[in-house]
Design a binder for this molecule. Sequence first.
Ligand SMILES: Nc1ncnc2c1ncn2[C@@H]1O[C@H](COP(=O)(O)OP(=O)(O)O)[C@@H](O)[C@H]1O
Ligand SMILES: [Mg+2]
Length: 299
Amino acid sequence: MARIALASSASHVDDAELDLLRRAVQDLGHDAAVEVWDDDAVDWHDYALTVVRTTWDYTDRHDEFLAWTRRVPRLRNRSDVIAWNTHKTYLRDLARAGCPVIPTAWDVTDADVLATHADAWGVGVGAAEWVVKPAVSAGSRDTARWTDADDALSHSRDLVESGRTAMLQPYVASVDSDGETAVLFAGGEYSHAVVKGAMLTQGEGVRDDRDSRERITPTVATDAQIDVARRALRAAGDALGGGLDLLYARVDLVTSPEGTPQVIELELTEPSLFLPYVDGAAERFAAAITSTVNSLGRV
Ligand SMILES: Nc1ncnc2c1ncn2[C@@H]1O[C@H](COP(=O)(O)OP(=O)(O)O)[C@@H](O)[C@H]1O
Ligand SMILES: [Mg+2]
């Protein structure tokens, strides 16, 4: 029996998926406890493994969170993976490695620059829809969909002026009809997939209360989706020097205007794993936890 910590933010210790995972780990004969990542009373050295789970308040405390990941021994995913993955500039590494990602422009504050990107993406400034979001975010926070390029530009400027990195993307229209597909891997093996409905509504602007909007349905990932998801994971390995030993990974994909899968997000930090939606998923992730513990050795 090993002691395993599942790290959460204080506000999410009662999360249903977290409890499902905790019980699945217990069922494999381990002692699994939910711990709050910024609780000073916790001695992380007591645990054979700490798994980053529902630490969703980190986006406003990024530096503090990264410092915590460096202090915790036997953390999964690893702190270098988390440092790389919590800033969406990792999408550039994926693109550089030839993995298809949604076209993205960074820190756009100038109308001419926006027009140049629109041209390069084959969308007209007047006709296209845009998404603007910060590079450090989760749960669609500070993210919005704009039909007017001036609104997109002004949102992007606001983010840059407040010292954040701003992302500008074309709105991928298929998200409205088909949603995005999350492809889940446990210990490097494909586990399951779900479809998540669109999160951004036209004309709504910036809102930070979209979490409750999630509509999830189980699906079967296509070969093309699994292939792109694996390419994203290989590109992550290349960017970080290999041997990532990922305990979990989630690759979120959309369908490009050409009908091919494109990465919207690679989640190696604190993703919902959508365990309640698919039979056997919690057991697969619990088994991946056990094999990670075995490979690390007991304390
Ligand atoms: N370029 C885009 N096209 C269509 N929808 C998008 C785009 N970017 C973001 N979205 C929508 O906004 C949501 C949040 O954006 P995402 O990039 O997944 O960041 P996070 O989940 O970290 O907040 C997505 O789930 C999707 O519904
Ligand atoms: Mg997302």
